[in-house]
Design a protein around this ligand. Structure first.
Ligand code: TXA
Ligand code: MG
Length: 350
């Protein structure tokens, strides 16, 4: 029963006819007043939902342990999963780290503000809750004007995971936010769809060579072209995961996600028979699928950036349309598709 209720809460988004007063519009322009309200709320230890260039974040003052705890509560996030701290400058990042290696400096200078989180040794001013007790901290400077202006006005580092209930798809629009997240926030800043659409690349620079812990829109190749050797994520067989948030099913809609090669899309009726359900959604690239019970079929952009921008929005809409299974046409093999394949693999446990 509780499980069932949780599912309902999770997929139950904002009622479009009753846009809460706490949702503040930042388009077409970001008002000074809105920036001020958000910055003050952060100072008062409250939570603010804000857009970044990747996904929407649920932010709190990273130096205020009690405020940070509210994030874990609101998301139902396991306490061992550390948060990313958002900063307004490379200087601010240096102050939050016990050591700022030369590679961190190089990467930050080249890719910030942008979708790259750097894992570095943690400074003592960072509360345990932020880094879930680890001696490292993930830091990034977001490339979204709303996020940057709020952080710069507040003049505090902002801890912010994606603004979804733990395990669910990250929101890329305010319309995706669960009611429980809206309720937990003091303000929700609405700037429309996030351009990137999937979460930042997380790279650990405390090890040599640096290692990508979570692939994202900045590829391993791009990092390597600047700093040389970069390792990929550890496989499941390696002993202790370096990024606790990467365990198990994640970035997942309520519906079951099944990733299948294009040449098997034609056999959808077999899947329907085997699974005993026929309420399908299909995310297609080049293929086609035919079945009388397909509720929603969507053709995705064939370029990585376009696909990433649309992916979570498509998954949320299919969930809300009530499909039981989302059939995803397997994306291409190339390294530029690593991040997309990673998110689909986690959503599907594929
Ligand atoms: O694009 C993004 O990164 C978004 C926006 C809001 O900035 N944020 C985001 O945060 O995706 P979250 O909490 O959903 O994911 C943070 C990831 C998790 O996989 C977590 O385990 C990892 O970063 N992480 C955070 N701190 C870490 C640390 N000290 N060491 C290793 N991994 C860390
Ligand atoms: Mg997340």
């Amino acid at each position: 029963m509780i499980k069932w209720m949780l599912k309902v809460l999770i997929i139950d988004g904002m009622d479009h006819h009753q846009r809460p007063a706490k949702v503040l519009s930042c388009v077409p322009s970001l008002g000074e007043e809105v920036v001020g309200l958000a910055a003050s709320a952060l100072h008062e230890g409250k939570l603010v939902v804000f857009p970044t260039e990747t996904v929407y974040g649920l932010g709190a003052n990273a130096l205020d342990e009690e405020a940070v705890q509210k994030i874990y509560q609101a998301k139902g996030r396991p306490p061992q999963n550390p948060l990313i701290v958002h900063v307004g400058s490379v200087d601010q990042a240096r102050h939050l780290s016990a050591d700022w290696p030369e590679v961190a400096e190089q990467l930050a200078r080249r890719f910030w503000p942008g979708p790259l989180s750097l894992v570095v040794p943690r400074a003592p001013c960072i509360p345990d809750a932020v880094s879930a007790g680890l001696d490292t901290i993930a830091i990034r400077s977001p490339a979204h004007p709303v996020a940057l202006q709020v952080i710069q006005r507040a003049e505090i580092p902002v801890a912010a995971p994606s603004a979804n209930p733990s395990g669910y798809v990250s929101p890329t629009r305010v319309e995706h936010l669960a009611k429980s997240i809206i309720e937990a926030a003091e303000w929700v800043l609405d700037a429309g769809p996030c351009p990137g659409g999937i979460e930042s690349t997380v790279v650990d620079v405390t090890v040599t060579p640096p290692r990508v812990l979570r692939p994202g829109l900045i590829s391993r190749e791009e990092l390597a072209s600047l700093i040389g050797d970069v390792l990929g994520p550890e496989t499941a067989s390696t002993s202790r995961p370096r990024s606790p948030g990467l365990l198990g099913r994640h970035y997942a809609p309520r519906a079951r996600v099944v990733v299948i090669p294009r040449d098997q899309l034609a056999a959808l009726h077999e899947l329907a028979e085997r699974s005993g359900t026929s309420r399908f959604g299909c995310l297609l690239l080049h293929g086609t699928c035919h079945h009388p019970d397909i509720l929603v079929a969507e053709r995705m952009p064939t370029d990585v950036a376009g696909y990433a921008h649309r992916l979570y929005d498509a998954l949320v809409r299919m969930d809300r349309a009530g499909v039981d299974i989302i059939v995803v046409e397997e994306p291409p093999d190339g390294p530029e598709w690593d991040a997309i394949r990673d998110r689909l693999r986690r959503a599907a446990l594929w």
